[in-house]
Design a protein around this ligand. Structure first.
Ligand code: FAD
Length: 298
């Protein structure tokens, strides 16, 4: 690995200024769990690193009305320890819990996961289901990009080179007294320290008497070049009663949006089967968190 200059600005303004003056050869660094691995493998060769770790405003979660503002520099361990996130966004806690190892979770950030844009990135499906909005800051000002528009291809985002992801703005699913819960599940070859063969998140909202699913968001990873919302599953769930038969019908609707391929890690047929299993189980877990107990065979 070649020598690199290291900068540690104390404010966002300073970080943006540095990026402007250092240009293309400088990249932002958060936890470094992707950047340093890629640099060591010579996939990238930055001349300078601009660490975002000294910028306090990028860390932590706070409520602003009915929106949870999650700092991009919040580590996965901080997400796991945050009572606001545990209460309102268990689908995100589920994802943070199964990422990497304790050492890695202590430094890796949610913003780094989003900006890495790996098809297997574990926080991405939860953030898609939660309809998070990315706050991107640059010398020109602030730009808001919905998660749905953030991923352009494997490891490609809609962010411009000089932009810093500062926050993820997440509308509280239960705002206005709605009953809502989500769940995330990941299938990998090892229980820890392994990327997903496939992952899936589901967030469900029940109507006032709990007799039907009013709104559903489902997203899966490693089913295409980017993590994807699965509108066919969302449609099958919406308006239906919260039952095992409804989940089963939703699993039968799957396929249209995905472009699941064979890879050296897993055969396409197996991913397709597991996509259905994960939807069944994540749907059942989300409903269980809403007080609806289901017998699910898958
Ligand atoms: C051993 C190991 C296990 C792993 N396990 C998992 C796993 O289970 N699941 C998973 O999804 N990933 C996993 N990863 C990948 C990685 O840890 C995650 O993607 C992590 O969230 C990256 O965050 P980071 O803070 O380390 O990002 P960095 O490595 O610091 O940055 C990643 C990219 O994002 C950019 N960036 C970071 N923050 C910002 C910002 N605020 N604004 C603009 N650009 C920014 C950087 O320039 C870089 O391009 C693993 C990695 C390792 C090494």
């Amino acid at each position: 690995m070649k020598d690199m200059a290291y900068h540690k600005p104390a404010s966002l303004a300073e970080a943006l200024e540095l990026k402007q003056s250092l240009g293309e050869g400088a990249i932002f660094l958060a936890g470094g769990t992707d950047v340093m691995v890629q640099a060591r493998q010579r996939k990238i060769a930055p001349q300078a690193l601009i660490s975002l770790r000294g910028i306090a405003e990028l860390r932590g979660a706070r409520l602003e009305g009915d929106t949870l503002l999650l700092g991009a520099g919040t580590t996965l361990s901080q997400i796991l320890a945050d009572p606001l996130i545990a209460l309102h966004l268990p689908v995100l806690t589920d994802a943070a819990r199964v990422m990497g190892s304790t050492q890695m979770r202590n430094v890796a950030t949610v913003g780094g996961n989003v900006m890495s844009a790996a098809p297997s990135g574990d926080t991405l499906c939860p953030l898609l289901c939660l309809e998070a909005v990315c706050h991107l800051a640059s010398a020109e000002g602030l730009r808001l990009v919905p998660m749905q528009e953030m991923f352009l291809g494997p490891r490609r985002t809609a962010a411009q080179p000089g932009e810093v992801l500062t926050h993820l703005a997440i509308p509280l699913p239960a705002a206005g007294g709605h009953a809502s819960a989500g769940a995330f599940l990941k299938l990998s070859r090892r229980a820890a320290l392994d990327l997903a063969l496939i992952n899936l998140a589901a967030q469900l909202w029940l109507n006032a008497d709990g007799g039907r699913i009013e709104k559903a968001r489902v997203a899966a990873g490693v089913v295409g070049p980017t993590p994807l919302r699965l509108p066919e599953a969302e449609e099958a769930l919406t308006g239906a009663p919260p039952t095992a038969a409804t989940l089963e019908r939703a699993t039968q609707s799957l396929g249209g949006t995905c472009s699941i391929r064979d890879s050296h890690r897993c055969a396409a047929w197996y991913r397709e089967e597991m996509l259905r299993v994960l939807l069944m189980r994540a749907g059942a877990l989300a409903l269980q968190r809403l007080g609806v107990s289901l017998e699910v065979e898958a």
